[in-house]
Design a protein around this ligand. Sequence first.
Ligand code: 26Q
Length: 820
Amino acid sequence: ETTPLITSPEHSVEGFVREFLRELNFTQGTVLERATTNDAYLALARTVRHYLMSRWIETTVDHYRAQPKAVAYLSAEYLLGRQLDNALLAADLEEIAAEGLASLGLDLAELRDAEVEPGLGNGGLGRLAACFVDSLATMSVPAIGYGIRYEYGIFRQRFAGGRQVEEPDTWLAGGAPWEFAHPEHAVTVGFGGHTEKYTGDDGVERSRWVPGWQVLGVPYNYMVPGYRNGRVNTLRLWSARATHAFDLQIFNEGDYVDAVRSRTFAENISKVLYPEDSTPQGKELRLQQQYFFVACSIRDFVDQLLPAGFDLRRLPERIVFQLNDTHPVVAIPELMRVLVDDEGFGWDEAWDVTRRCFAYTCHTLLPEALEVWSVELMGRLLPRHLEIIYRINEEFLAQVRERSGGDELLVRRMSIIAEHPQRAVRMAFLATVAATRVNGVAELHSQLLRDKVLADFAQLWPEKFTNVTNGVTPRRFVRLANPGLSGLITEAIGDGWVTDLDRLRELEPLADDAEFRRRFREVKAANKGRLVDVLRRRDGIEVDPGTMLDVMVKRLHEYKRQLLKLLHVVTLYDRITAGEVSVDDVPARTVVFGAKAAPGYVMAKEIIALINHVGAVVNAHPDVSTVLRVAFPANYDVTVAETLIPAADLSEQISLAGKEASGTGNMKFALNGALTIGTDDGANVEIRRLVGDDNFFLFGLTEPEASAIAEAGYRPSSYYEENPGLRRALDLVASGAFSDGDRGAFEPVVANLLAEDRFMVLADYQAYLDAQARVEAAYADPDAWSRSAVLNVARSGFFSSDRSMRDYLDRVWHARPLPG
Ligand code: 26Q
């Protein structure tokens, strides 16, 4: 039984205005005449929140009553993007809010811009988690997202002399109107200390953990509103606090000021998001973060979401924990510890329950990106968990021995504990051994997981392995980001596509309708206009909206090959300045880059500097700049993506085949009617299959070709020697042409390409230029181009994250929606 709910504010302009003014007065403590933009934004956010509140409570209560099987998504990252727009959309308040605010002399667009996005993620993996929780809510699936409330999200990027400079992301500074702190539900988490053996009441020899120190986890709840379906799910992010015991212990030692100061030790755990690195470096604080949030989450689920006295042997009927990469994998030994040490389960019984509660998604193919934790660190920070991991490994390897007839090489290869270069826990192996399902994030990626990265495991347990191709939420990335296109689509086929993206298929015949194509081009032009305004205001960058918009936005990584795009730019520059190509013969294009480099990734930062330096020279050249310009707005984030992607003509998805697990930006571009120039990699393979070869610019080595070349010994310098255009481009960079004559400036970049070129930029250079020539030819025919663009939209419905959720529900979770 619950008390009746206070009803939502009235769904009308008057109701909205009343609620807004009340918030302004009672929460912001101000009046309209004196309110700052931030005051008004905060009052607006809280007003919208009120409309969702009763749905949120209802959803929570329904879930508790029905006790259905629920999904707990465990992710160290959620790259949410701004909340206001999405909440207005979900609550169907967009028009009411715009009108109500206008009646008060306020501009919704201006207030929207006051919001600082929560950048609690690095890139694809974090944004994927945000898309998934959106889709789960919209599909009425009982689900909760668990993660970390970092006080500082992904760093803010600025350029100084063309080089990346990182600044802290103070996203909480203006107030945090979307979160609900619940200190009363704080959870205690232990760290360090030792284990001790004892004999239990049942006479069984047991081990228990005596932690050396403890931390409190305070949950902060965020609404995850479904799209107009009366459901609001929860995202629960944990913030670290010092425990009271922690205080007392130190206070009793005497120094009050030192005691207060030492609280920051505990609070550091959720202080900052680790920027993804080229190679994970096994930082102690990072492991603390991982254990902190999964220990809090498991405790929370058991104590808060299950009824008192629930028989934990039945846990797999109530929950599946989805592991977003290996970052939350310590949840596996943690659940074992809870069941065996706290709940008194026998080992086998606990293992049987645990195995059925976890599923694991892998997001990489790069061996150096697979997470390992040294046994030394694991033993010091989580001694009991290390014991448990050893036992899991022992029993697993016994099974391998038995099945393989004692193949010790195989045993060593598959061991959860690596012996070299140091004894370390291989988190991907631990996840694979424990999980009911292991999935990759695109067909090709899942295939390569089975054939290469986890081949031994796939041999042993073929039925464990599956694919779920990634998806993106159409609410944020089409409906909100591209209102013009959304209006056009809705006019043509109704608005059902927003929650049933396959219906975009109904647009296919309109690709042949000249009037529809004209209107599509009009929308694209308007989106470019919007982008031009944003880049001018935000970055002081001038973009000509009449040019082809060629966009490459994603984290900076060598495998993604921003350098290949840059060599294309340098070659165009070279050809025009050498008088080989007339500016009258090339379509004018603006090449837009957006990319953050991990602060410790030296080569990535050099590449950023090189892009900026080439851009400066290209943009300053009187002839070249009439047809070629480079724009590199700093601090690419979700908010920028939302104006950039809808304006794009050409989407650059040019990773070396076999390196990009999926990509999700590629999907956003296709859905917004950009054509892709791309390799046969990640989800590009599926995009091309769906949109058709005629509507996709494929180039480059295939994965088997690239592997064969690597196997045979790749010699990048041979491409340099044999391709004059490539040689000239590289020589130009090496000559100092983009660094005021300083030949040393980009020497490391050029030298690396010539000597090593791990990602075969030089091998794919010519194929890429040829494909760009096909792009130019196609772009010269606006009617044919926009026909292809419309077909891209019509045939990309598969890439809705709603479809990804259906696939997880069927293939992995075996859970069902619980509609309101
Ligand atoms: C690890 C250790 C220490 C510090 C940071 C990290 C770390 C953090 C984030 C390692 C990796 C990540 C993120 C990886 C990621 O975003 N992968 C991308 O996931 C997308 C969603 O599945 C795919 O589309 C991309 O292909 C994949 O690169």
